[in-house]
Ligand binder design. Sequence first.
Ligand SMILES: NC(=O)C1=CN([C@@H]2O[C@H](COP(=O)(O)OP(=O)(O)OC[C@H]3O[C@@H](n4cnc5c(N)ncnc54)[C@H](O)[C@@H]3O)[C@@H](O)[C@H]2O)C=CC1
Ligand SMILES: O=C(O)[C@@H]1CCC=N1
Length: 268
Amino acid sequence: MSKKLGFIGNGNMGRAMMGGIINADVFAPENIIVSDIHEEGLKAVKEEYGVNISLNNKDVAKFSDIIILSVKPNLYPLIISGIKDDVKEDVIIVTIAAGRKIEDTEKEFRRKIKVVRVMPNTPALVGEGMSAICPSEAVTREELKEIIDIFESFGKAEVVAENLMDAVTSVSGSSPAYVYIFIEAMADAAVLDGIPRDKAYTMAAQAVLGSAKMVLETGMHPGALKDMVSSPGGTTIEAVATLEEKGFRNAVISAMRACTKKSKEMSK
Ligand SMILES: NC(=O)C1=CN([C@@H]2O[C@H](COP(=O)(O)OP(=O)(O)OC[C@H]3O[C@@H](n4cnc5c(N)ncnc54)[C@H](O)[C@@H]3O)[C@@H](O)[C@H]2O)C=CC1
Ligand SMILES: O=C(O)[C@@H]1CCC=N1
């Protein structure tokens, strides 16, 4: 893409997206700029990816056609007030903050501005991200396509209505954390059974990866895939029965409802 892309915030999510975009070759490193308040981290990304860096957010504002605001939600008003008079006339502002509505960003710019609200996730870094995308009315079809192309370069992307963004945060934005806990717990159990720690992580993570691929690539119902593993009177059904007894499904559903609720509260 010949446009210029800027990141404000070089944290976990900013770096994950930048890594994904550079690995996919969508933007040349010289067409990317990132700003942060921490010089150390900026130097590290410049070294790793060859992108432009700055300690001044206004440099990102002046350089970029598309700006991804990759700072914590509470910092958005401050960051926007610092760049609003420096951004290009036709800039597209991409927001990724949990619980931040498109209208919040529009109001803070105090003028008609193109906003795309996205909820990505950190597996973007390895090209397996999941992003939900919602454009504001001012964004054209072509511009939306460009944004989708960026987010599809490091995983899957779906356009959703804004009222689903809180639920999306729970099912794909935050969910890598639940999956890591699951992998860690399985590895702990494997270590208890005598498997060396490094092999335990590989085995647990590869089982999760393979199972996810089976759901995506066979199109089969997860319940049917579970049944294929569970031999009558066998080992798996013992584990399944114990998970049900301990309320595994309900723990996941309750956790996700708490996540969605928190996202809704943050939107108020
Ligand atoms: N971490 C995740 O898995 C996901 C995060 N998000 C959203 O991404 C946003 C960023 O989250 P993380 O990357 O996890 O946070 P983070 O704390 O890792 O990164 C934020 C970065 O912003 C920088 N920063 C702070 N003040 C600044 C300023 N005045 N100017 C420029 N940079 C400044 C910080 O130094 C830090 O590097 C949040 O709004 C969050 O809701 C969305 C989806 C997933
Ligand atoms: O924990 C958070 O608030 C952010 C949003 C989704 C993932 N991390």
